[in-house]
Design a protein around this ligand. Structure first.
Ligand code: DGJ
Length: 707
């Protein structure tokens, strides 16, 4: 069979005629309607020549490349059966290599299931390939050991070809409070591999591996990308062979001995989510956001959150928190979240994780009085937990040292160890404790934290699987509960846990300058409404940098908005501005949380221009951000992307809180008038002169279709 899957301007053509696993003939722009005969012609025409000093048949990259197919690049599947050849057991000591296509079938209009295995048997790989209506491709393998000896698997990756013009690679790295720093380079012969061994994606998570045409940007260039929907160890890679084959690969990073499959058992890989576009990174985001939104629709408008962490830290005092509740209600907060510090003995970050009952010292009447106050002021109540962790100084660790994961000599991290969720007793304990809390208090939301790497060789797979089971279990028993994935900020943002949570804590830095950069890149994959962005104090706790309220408000507008600030210490004028910002957020959130994200490629790295345009392109909201001093006296114009070229729009400044600080003898004429009315094409091509913003300022604009 030659299968052609098409959706939303994307085509995937798979040559599944054998003898080896299917070959992707095309993954890219839509090829239009092709008859079976045309597909066969295409497959014939795509058969490459045989070069000298090479295998004597056309070498093609399959979905599961192995040396037995003539492939000398990184194999897509690797492992061996236990024992030594000739030890009397059939298959013992044999490597996984000779994969043949057995069957291929359609399970839906854009869904295929492919079965492969060695001619000599011992293994069956079932590959699911599915193209969503948004053009997002998902692929995963299920590997079944059909031999009579254990199969030691070391890799089962999804490998997709990219064309030769994809010669630039983008992926991400980062640090605590500086997640998703982009890094780019030329695609060279060899393999560029990013591995994470944190037992969570980590702050340096590669996140997406993107290959594209030279100089691709947000709005231009052909791009192909892969992401692994998995929260444990993983690898993403881009490879180019001297043969001319280029590819992107993704798979779980399996430690030696981590994946031993006894006879008749199955390993299912995480889904690789792959996406391509002719319209740069914004094109990738449009497909991904559309797909994520359709797959995981949110349960109503994203409420404005107040999280207590940077307001009170561990100082849990009912009177103080009651004042904060009242201040939050006064400005229009919709969800009040009690962060770390509420459980028995948790007076600082050195103790008590695991002892998940309310601290009788600081909460003598339990959390009830606070919860009641929150709810009586019209907000719902959220609670911080870090279920996968245990402090060595805790009743739990003292009672059950055997429930801890990893070697006892391994260093602690933030004075904590990891609870082995794969241990049924530990799992049951945690499930019971969380259930008791959720049944005792009307908790609408859990902020689920994870503040250390596992550092447990070979333990990440089972821990991640057990975590997913626990989250799924809680969602069944508490279907209205929302959960936020937090890992010292944005250390666990992926589409694996994304199936089970409703929000991500994007970063521990609430400094708007950092947040601008972090949000720009995190939102390439995740829609804004999943990404928590909080208004912090005037001087950011994590960086010590002071920024204006206007800049902080404009920054925290884009995302699932919240507050991380002791509002009781704010002035009346500041609180009034915060109330105005919340009112604007509530008015704009239907647009911000369903619209198309557009980011302009700026020749000046000190200027960012981005916005959200609604589905029918009748309205948009844009932010011009001055990260630093502009590179020229007259800054680059505001070129508003994403609008309908044929329609006319009224563009006006949107004032939320204090006006951005500028240094201009005279503002641009259109801003003096207060608006400009121009066709979308003119706004995108020529743009409007930008105001001369001071560094660390943001100006907001709205665009509304006229007539
Ligand atoms: C790390 C999180 O990212 C913070 O927001 C806060 O919840 C602390 N943990 C609490 O310990």
């Amino acid at each position: 069979m030659i299968a052609h899957l098409r959706a939303a301007g994307a085509s995937l053509v798979l040559d599944a005629r054998g003898p080896y696993p299917p070959v992707v003939l095309h993954w890219g722009g839509d090829l239009g309607d092709l008859t079976e005969a045309e597909l066969t012609d295409l497959a014939e025409a795509a058969t490459p020549p045989v070069p000298p000093s090479a295998v004597d048949q056309p070498l093609r990259l399959t979905l599961l490349p192995t040396p037995g197919q003539g492939w000398t690049g990184r194999p897509g599947i690797a492992g061996h059966w236990a024992g030594r050849p000739g030890d009397g057991r059939p298959g013992a000591g044999r490597p996984v290599d000779d994969l043949r296509l057995h069957t291929v079938g359609r399970t839906g209009p854009r869904d295929l299931v492919i079965e492969c295995g060695p001619a000599a048997g011992g293994l069956r790989v079932t590959t699911d390939v599915s193209l969503s209506e948004q053009g997002v491709l998902r692929v995963r393998h299920q590997v079944r050991n059909t031999a009579e000896v254990d199969l030691h698997l070391t890799a089962a990756d999804v490998v997709l070809p990219v064309p030769e013009q994809a010669d630039e690679v983008l992926d991400f790295t980062g640090l605590w409070a500086h997640e998703r720093r982009p890094q780019r380079g030329r695609m060279r012969d060899g393999t560029w591999t990013r591995q994470t061994r944190h037992g969570r994606p980590g702050h340096d998570d590669p996140y997406l591996m993107v290959a594209g045409t030279a100089g691709f940007g947000f709005r231009h260039g052909q791009v192909w990308a892969v992401h692994l929907a998995w929260s444990g160890d993983k690898q993403l890679y881009a490879e180019r062979q001297a043969t001319g084959h280029s590819l992107l690969g993704a798979g779980e990073l399996l430690a030696p001995g981590e994946m031993i499959l006894p006879p008749d058992s199955i390993y299912t890989t995480p889904w690789t989510v792959a996406v391509c576009s002719d319209a740069g990174l914004d094109g990738l985001s449009e497909r991904l956001h559309g797909w994520i939104r359709a797959r995981r629709p949110l349960r109503g408008p994203r409420p404005v959150v107040l999280n207590t962490w940077e307001a009170v830290y561990f100082d849990h005092d009912l009177d103080r928190l009651t004042r904060l509740v009242d201040a939050a209600a006064q400005v229009g907060v919709e969800r009040f979240v009690l962060d770390d510090g509420w459980f028995t003995g948790r007076v600082d970050d050195r103790r008590a994780l695991g002892d998940w009952s309310v601290d009788p010292q600081r909460w003598p009447a339990g959390l009830g009085p606070l919860v009641d106050r929150v709810r009586s002021r019209g907000m719902d109540f959220g609670l911080w937990v870090e279920p996968e962790m245990v402090s060595p100084d805790s009743d739990l660790a003292r009672a059950h040292p055997d429930w801890l994961l990893g070697p006892t000599h391994a260093p602690t991290w933030r004075y904590q160890r990891v609870l082995d969720l794969d241990n049924p007793d530990a799992y049951r304990y945690l499930r019971e404790r969380l259930g008791a809390l959720l049944d005792t208090y009307p908790i609408a939301y859990l902020k689920w934290d994870h503040n250390r790497d596992l550092l447990a060789a070979g333990g990440a797979h089972r821990q991640t699987t057990a975590l997913y089971r626990l989250l799924a279990d809680l969602r069944v028993t508490h279907p209205d509960l929302e959960i936020e994935s937090c890992a010292s900020g944005g250390g666990r943002i992926d589409l694996g846990i994304g199936e089970l949570v409703d929000r991500f804590w994007t970063s521990d830095t609430n400094d708007p300058l950092d947040r601008q950069r972090i949000l720009r890149w995190t939102s390439v994959l995740m829609p804004l409404e999943y990404l928590g962005g909080h208004l912090g104090a005037g001087t950011a706790h994590v960086t010590g940098r002071a920024t204006d309220l206007g800049f902080r408000l404009a920054t925290a507008l884009f995302g699932h908005a919240g507050i991380e600030w002791d509002l009781t210490a704010a002035t009346d004028a500041e609180r009034a501005d915060v109330a105005g910002w919340i009112a604007a957020y509530r008015r704009l959130r239907p647009l911000l949380h369903t619209g198309t994200l557009v980011r302009t490629d700026s020749p000046d790295p000190a200027r960012q221009l981005y916005g959200v345009v609604d589905a029918d392109r009748s309205a948009g909201v844009f932010a011009l951000v001055a990260l630093d001093a502009a590179r020229s006296a007259l800054p680059v114009p505001l070129r508003l992307a994403g609008l309908d070229p044929q329609r006319r729009y009224r563009v006006s400044p949107l004032r939320i809180g204090p006006a951005p600080a500028t240094l201009q003898v005279r503002p641009p004429a259109w801003l003096q008038r207060g608006e400009a009315v121009l066709p979308g094409r003119v706004l995108a091509e020529i743009g409007l002169p930008a105001p001369l913003l001071h560094p660390q300022q943001a100006a907001l604009f709205t665009a509304g279709a006229v007539g």
